[in-house]
Design a protein around this ligand. Structure first.
Ligand SMILES: [Zn+2]
Length: 345
């Protein structure tokens, strides 16, 4: 099969479109002919390498795919050849205490498919092998591109807002990075819950797109003072919940934007991992800092019901041919997009 592979860490130039061995299907695996894959920041982190993390090389990235099942292993019971599926990217043992209590993200054998490749290679390829438990039938109202755009961002945003932050109707939410994959899905989840969304983006054009997705208020962080605007919009109260995934660059403004008793939920941290917290505010205002990482299969299935009902719409910014994955990642790193960037084999 053809795949996008890197043999060493580095810039987009290390991504090679080349011949790779076809995946061999194990007893509990399915083989999917990939119709579309989508890009995530995970892909860039793996390509560059992260301090303290070991990546198997050569590496095929890609945590999100849609496609058609073309082969199933001898012990597969729930998935059939010919089914249209999307990927659930959390690989875990499925038998430990954490996995069987619905907390597969704590499994000691946890791997994010396509990020920590091996033994399962990721989805930047013509064919993808996944455990049966890691594929889910595609809602009928999605095309291939939309189905590939949704899994990881839906899972992440759902776990952050529904499970971790327990966002409630009537609460104010400050949401950074509205134009990102998780940001644009986060806006839509928060509106389903009935919260008031204050969405932040870096251009007026992105702000209007956030508004079109349902954001009640928008703030352009390049031309406006985010903390001051939040104060103004909430009558000095601050927001009950902050949706953080940018990290270092925005952390202090997130902390000062919270209401008394506010909750901050954080994942990813695309601008850096070192943030400063004034602990006086943390204890005095009784704030909660909530880490979030991935989610479980039930959360993605529940989120997909909202997608099927048309309440969450994945936004595709643009589509590249699989061989142009380097260009696609460059576009994502420059932040030129709104929504998701999709690759087509
Ligand atoms: Zn486990």
């Amino acid at each position: 099969m053809k795949a996008v592979v890197f043999h060493r860490h580095g810039g987009p130039e290390v991504l090679q479109y080349e011949e790779a061995p076809d995946p061999k299907v194990g007893p509990k695996d399915v083989l999917v002919r990939v119709k579309a894959a989508s890009c995530n920041h995970n892909d860039v982190w793996a390509r560059k390498g992260l301090p303290g993390m070991k990546f198997d090389l050569p590496h095929i990235s890609g945590s999100d795919i849609s496609g058609e099942v073309i082969e199933v292993g001898s012990a597969v019971t729930c998935i059939q050849v010919g089914q249209k599926v999307l990927s659930h990217p959390v690989l875990s043992c499925r038998t430990c205490e954490w996995c069987t209590s619905g907390q597969e993200y704590f499994c000691r054998q946890l791997k994010i498919w396509g990020f920590q490749t091996g033994p399962y290679d990721g989805g930047y390829a013509e064919l993808a092998r996944l455990p049966e438990v890691n594929v889910i039938p595609i809602p009928p109202n999605l095309n291939w591109e939309e189905a590939a755009a949704i899994p990881l961002v839906l899972l992440t945003a759902y776990h952050m807002l529904v499970t971790r932050a327990e966002l409630k109707a009537g609460e104010d939410l400050l949401l950074w990075g509205s134009s990102s994959g998780i940001g644009h899905v986060g806006i839509q989840i928060a509106k389903i819950i009935g919260a008031r969304v204050i969405a932040v983006a870096g251009t007026d054009e992105k702000c209007s797109k956030a508004k079109a997705l349902g954001a009640d208020e928008v703030i352009n962080y390049n031309t406006q003072d985010v903390a001051a605007e939040v104060k103004k919009l909430t009558n000095k109260k601050g927001v009950e919940v902050v949706f953080e995934h940018t990290g270092q660059a925005t952390w202090e403004r997130s902390m000062t934007s919270m209401a008394w008793g506010g909750r901050l939920v954080v994942c990813g941290n695309t601008t850096g991992f070192e943030a400063k917290t004034d602990l006086r505010f943390l204890f005095n205002k009784q704030l909660s800092l909530l880490g979030s990482h991935e989610g479980n299969k039930a959360e993605i299935i529940r989120g997909l019901k909202w997608v099927e009902a048309g309440k969450i719409k994945p936004v595709i910014d643009r589509t590249f041919a699989l061989k142009d994955a380097a260009k696609a990642q460059e576009t994502m790193e420059k932040g030129l997009h709104f929504g998701k960037i999709v690759l087509k084999p």
